[in-house]
Design a protein around this ligand. Sequence first.
Ligand code: ZN
Length: 109
Amino acid sequence: MAPPGTPARLPVAILVCNQAPPVTDPATGAVVTPSLMTFDQCTTLFHETGHGLQHMLTTVDEGAVSGISGVEWDAVEQPSQFMEYWVRAYRDWLPLRAVKCHGVPLMYH
Ligand SMILES: [Zn+2]
């Protein structure tokens, strides 16, 4: 909590993730297999981003109850579950790449 008369400090969130590194050709150093996320890793990234957004977008100036602090656990998970939805929705939208509107794939609208 900011002392009276001083501006509130903006929250900061850091996401630290593990991911397999790219595979390179030892002779040339060229990337043979890029570092790609699995679907589960992508889902986890979006989940944790939901926690980060809830933390960073708080408008409460009381640190003990702002962002994800002091929030009931099921409510803490709500933004994260919402963000996970977008990962699953994107997977479900992939077949729409074949659908075109005015010659442009629907995925890019
Ligand atoms: Zn969570």
